[in-house]
Unconditional design. Structure first.
Length: 508
């Protein structure tokens, strides 16, 4: 496709300029579309003076703030590439990502000032831009951008890093077309419109926070309320406030669990919510039922960073009768379930889910080897095992790449195992996802210690916490003489799950 990219914010600024576009809860700043449009223009002009131009990368390290969205749209106007960074990662982890993306500017929140300065030195980043006073001064001193760069739907707009199965993150390239198609794929079935008022509680560095449903809401001309970090009590207060009139909400399962466990849940009026979406991890049916009993049917879906993210969605009217299903394919996208030879399986049979369409990434940044193995004739291999029932509803039943999800965050065992193997005392190590009542799953490390060495659980966990984000660190350690292996010498994780997760059900 080579269509001209349409600037949503500029359009709404012209058509409904006084309409509230964004509300930042932490600062209480309210931005109309007209004000947002001007701020984006001024930021883009400032970034241009720093050398940002077509194809250059601009990274952001900050908790949720409307400033992040201004950076995103400023990049779009310069035909530059937006690179949101996970704030939960360590300097060690971020240095690899920034070395790979090579941004010319790193915008950051004040609380990450020390980390940003360290990363600037490690990665040779030309410019830092701190949110707050320095950021506001830069905007005030800049004129409006003289002209917007022309971009196509095929141009890369964003690089979003996902944990890598080989232990190193991969940058999924997101095009302008993917973001637009996702706004259509999600916006239509979730009734997003100019009247939508949405509360964003997921991090904007994550595709869930950015695209479920913040960007679709801005595409439609609605209002997005940005919460700096999820707070269950504050979220319930906003949902129940008739003066706000919240219509849309989205979260991972643990967010809904925290809210229903809050003392205010029983008295919160949920009736104004048109859509309460859930994704990022399998949703326990008992938790679905708790919300259903309050008259709020949680709408499940399935997606990946590489797929914009929407792949399938369960319509609200099907939420109760098809509990546990991820729904049916979105409007603009295709999927199939195949066997090991890439041939479609029969309904009811389990196979690997493949997806294709204008919502799919063109590939990974600087990863030609991953691009060769991740696609077949344009079909993206998700690595997830799925089945479809006789009514055409899809179910995700397993994760074939051993990845597990903790609190909505993907964790790839290979990355954690790579860190464990750096400990001199460890001979063998394997990570499996263990069921957890709060986070869905957490890591269980099975370790064999070298002869003549001594190590304990606290030392292992402490070592990991110095080098990995907290959600990646194993919560339990089990010591064994040796790990079970199959005939080819690979660690046999089904045996580990059977041995150490019983009588609990292994993650699926």
């Amino acid at each position: 496709m080579s269509f001209a990219y349409f600037d949503w914010i500029a359009h709404h600024a012209e058509v409904r300029g006084d309409k509230t576009a964004l509300i930042d809860l932490a600062t209480q700043r309210r931005l109309s579309y007209r004000a947002l449009d001007e701020r984006i223009d001024r930021l883009a002009a400032h970034l241009a003076t720093l050398g940002v131009k077509r194809g250059e990368r601009v990274a952001v390290l900050a908790p949720n703030t409307t400033d992040i969205l201004e950076v995103q749209f400023a990049c779009f106007r310069l035909a530059a590439i937006f690179v949101p960074l996970n704030t939960r990662l360590t300097v060690h982890e971020l240095s690899f990502i920034l070395g790979d993306a090579a941004p010319i500017v790193l915008a950051h929140d004040h609380e990450f000032e020390t980390m940003a300065q360290e990363l600037q030195k490690l990665c040779g980043i030309a410019h830092l831009l701190e949110f707050g006073a320095p950021y506001e001064q830069a905007l005030a001193a800049s004129p409006r951008l003289a002209a917007h760069e022309a971009v196509s739907l095929d141009d890369i707009s964003t690089i979003m890093y996902t944990s890598g199965t080989t232990g190193k993150p991969k940058g999924a390239m997101i095009t302008h077309g993917m973001t637009f198609i996702n706004a259509v794929n999600l916006g239509t079935p979730t009734f997003i419109s100019q009247r939508t008022i949405f509360l964003c509680v997921l991090p904007l560095f994550h595709t869930g926070g950015l695209n479920c449903y913040t960007n679709p809401v801005l595409h439609a001309g609605g209002t997005a309320i940005i919460m700096r970090a999820f707070d269950p009590g504050e979220s319930l207060k906003i949902i129940g406030d008739s003066a706000i009139g919240l219509t849309h909400f989205f979260g991972v399962p643990s967010i809904y669990q925290f809210m229903c466990q809050h003392p205010c849940f029983a008295e919160t009026d949920l009736s104004r919510l048109q859509i309460a979406g859930v994704g990022g991890a399998p949703m326990p049916v008992p938790l679905l039922n708790i919300w259903q009993d309050r008259g709020c049917a949680l709408v499940q879906g399935y997606g990946m960073t590489e797929t914009s993210p929407a792949v399938m969605m369960l319509n609200p009217e099907d939420a109760a009768r098809k509990a546990g299903s991820a729904g049916k394919p979105v409007l603009h996208g295709d999927l199939k379930i195949v066997d090991a030879d890439g041939k479609p399986v029969a309904p009811g049979e389990v196979g690997e889910l493949w997806v294709k369409g204008p919502n799919i990434t063109p590939g990974y940044w600087n990863r030609p080897e991953a691009n060769k193995t991740s696609f077949t004739d344009g079909w993206l291999h998700t690595g997830d095992a799925a089945r479809v029932d006789k009514d055409g509803f899809y179910y995700i039943v397993d994760r074939t790449k051993d990845m597990y999800i903790s609190g909505g965050e993907n964790v790839y065992p290979a990355e954690v195992e790579d860190v464990l193997y750096q400990m001199a005392a460890i001979a063998e190590a394997a990570i499996i996802g263990a069921p957890d009542a709060t986070w869905g799953e957490t890591g269980l490390a099975v370790i064999a210690v070298k002869k003549g060495h001594d190590i304990n659980e606290a030392q292992v966990i402490g070592y990991c916490r110095e080098r990995l984000a907290r959600f990646k660190c194993p919560q339990r350690i089990v010591f064994v003489d040796a790990l079970p292996r199959n005939a080819t010498g690979k660690v046999h994780k089904p045996t580990l799950r059977e041995r150490f997760l019983a009588p609990e059900k292994a993650p699926s």
